[in-house]
Design a protein around this ligand. Sequence first.
Ligand SMILES: C[S@@+](CC[C@H](N)C(=O)[O-])C[C@H]1O[C@@H](n2cnc3c(N)ncnc32)[C@H](O)[C@@H]1O
Length: 288
Amino acid sequence: MERALYGPDGFYVRHRPGRHFRTSSQSVTFASAIARLVARVDAALGAPSTVDVVDVGAGEGTLLRNLVAALPDGLRERVRPHAVELDDPVIPDGIVGVLLAMEWLDNVPLDLSCDGVYLNDGAPLSTQDAAWIDRWWPAPAPGQIVEIGRTRDEAWAAAVAKLSAGLALAVDYGHLSGTRPAHTTLAAFRDGREVGVVFDGSADVTCHVSMDSAGEAGGTPYRIERQREALKGLGVDGGRPPLDLARSDPSGYVRALAACSEAGTLLDPDGLGGHWWLTHEVGIRLSE
Ligand SMILES: C[S@@+](CC[C@H](N)C(=O)[O-])C[C@H]1O[C@@H](n2cnc3c(N)ncnc32)[C@H](O)[C@@H]1O
């Protein structure tokens, strides 16, 4: 998985992710909601002179660009956006503001195991991986594939440790203890479609994220909720615009209708709305 994604011929070395799949980050409605979240964090921090917004695995930077544009005057000038990507994968120290990781963790390579050995080479499990399985995916059925989330936990813990004060938010598809998948979620995508899993760098290879183990690794307290609920809490509702608007402002009505359909996609419980939001508040308390 490491070689397929990040090796010399790896998928992310050769391809622009935005061309291959649709994520929440590409939506203007989503960016506006994250801008409102940044404003809440700013208020909780007491409106400091600079507010960092660091996006780890930022892709082409679409979310950062759209969210800066959506910030209110007075905050926009104080925000320092920072995209972390493979060409310079160092997350800055001492972040005061918001740390974002949108569909990053599902691309952090992981090992699979089956019946107590690694699936790829049959070697016995390391002590750390065996301990991770005991804690987070206990007693797998014979023949069941376990997706060992330890590497994601460590990546997330290291990222959250860079936050001095503010909010860390990871958004991803994943699962929690008690509802681990019976079959592997390892999947590959190319040109917007799911394809057979190949490790030759021609497709994005991804695997769902164990969100609760990542939460515990990132430090307590943490909160996990569905994107649908989180976005509703930030004012994304997906309600249709009033029909009267079609008569008084036809083009405004069409714009509102488009926004409503975008919100519907973000809130869809069987799609992006079913993704998980994992948050850690560091040195702040956000009001409910
Ligand atoms: C699925 S894409 C998500 C892109 C974007 N956040 C979005 O939601 O559309 C995952 C991104 O993480 C980046 N990535 C993977 N490992 C990384 C690392 N260690 N540091 C920074 N970026 C990384 C990849 O290059 C890729 O652009």
